[in-house]
Design a protein around this ligand. Structure first.
Ligand SMILES: C[S@@+](CC[C@H](N)C(=O)[O-])C[C@H]1O[C@@H](n2cnc3c(N)ncnc32)[C@H](O)[C@@H]1O
Length: 220
């Protein structure tokens, strides 16, 4: 059993070779990009801010955020450089390409944020930790806090009630698990990871695609 679908050998190569880069990030392209933009705008992001898109994939959010933000104000990280490149080449409107220097798409599979400037205003990790084992979140949050000390982070997770055993059906019908992807956590465990990294966390009521929950983390 794989801890993450993204770790399966040849996963990215096969999907990219058959032109299925949108499927890698879960499809529902405009709906999800719209939900991400709305969430960021609701939290106060404006065009002069700097955004770090953690696990940005093939720019589902980026294809909307790059044209909105001031030139050079979007950075993305992902485990797959090839997936980000495919997004830049096929999903960014032509007129938006000069607004996103390719060096601002950074390959990073360990949430170390190499080369990411400290002055990010917003970061978003949407549908990323839902696919990764619980223990990846705490060090990632600590690294982000060190790298970008004043950033506001929007984080999506699947939640299950504390002590819940077995699978959990989310409001959107997705079935999540404690021991395999898609992963769920209990809210208290996510809050503990946040506070260990020096963050204050609050939950938003908004219903997100696939039944994910949105947490907003700010430096504590
Ligand atoms: C469900 S997709 C979401 C992509 C993007 N956030 C969006 O909403 O369009 C999950 C993304 O996480 C990336 N990913 C998986 N494991 C990762 C890791 N260890 N470090 C960084 N990114 C990872 C995948 O390559 C993929 O792009």
């Amino acid at each position: 059993m794989s801890l993450s679908p993204y770790l399966a050998p040849g996963f990215y190569d096969r999907a990219l070779a058959s032109g299925r880069h949108r499927d890698i990030v879960g499809g529902r392209w405009e709906e999800t990009a719209g939900a991400q933009m709305r969430a960021l705008l609701d939290e106060g992001m404006r065009s002069h801010h700097r955004l770090l898109d953690i696990g940005c994939g093939c720019l589902r959010l980026g294809h909307a955020a790059v044209p909105y933000l001031a030139p050079g104000h979007y950075w993305g990280t992902d485990a797959s450089a090839a997936l980000m490149a495919r997004g830049w080449e096929t999903e960014l409107p032509l007129s938006a390409r000069p607004r996103l220097p390719r060096a601002q798409l950074v390959e990073d599979a360990v949430f170390g944020f190499p080369g990411i400037p400290s002055g990010m205003d917003y970061a978003i990790a949407w549908g990323v930790f839902t696919h990764l084992p619980a223990e990846t979140l705490r060090p990632a949050l600590a690294n982000l806090r060190r790298t970008c000390p004043s950033v506001t982070l929007l984080l999506t997770v699947f939640l299950a009630p504390e002590g819940h055993e077995g699978a959990c059906r989310q409001p959107d019908g997705v079935v999540t698990h404690a021991d395999r992807p898609p992963w769920h956590r209990d809210a208290g465990a996510v809050e503990a990871d946040a506070s260990a990294g020096g963050w204050r966390i609050s939950w938003r009521a908004a219903r997100l695609p696939r039944g994910q929950r949105l947490a907003v983390l700010q430096p504590g």
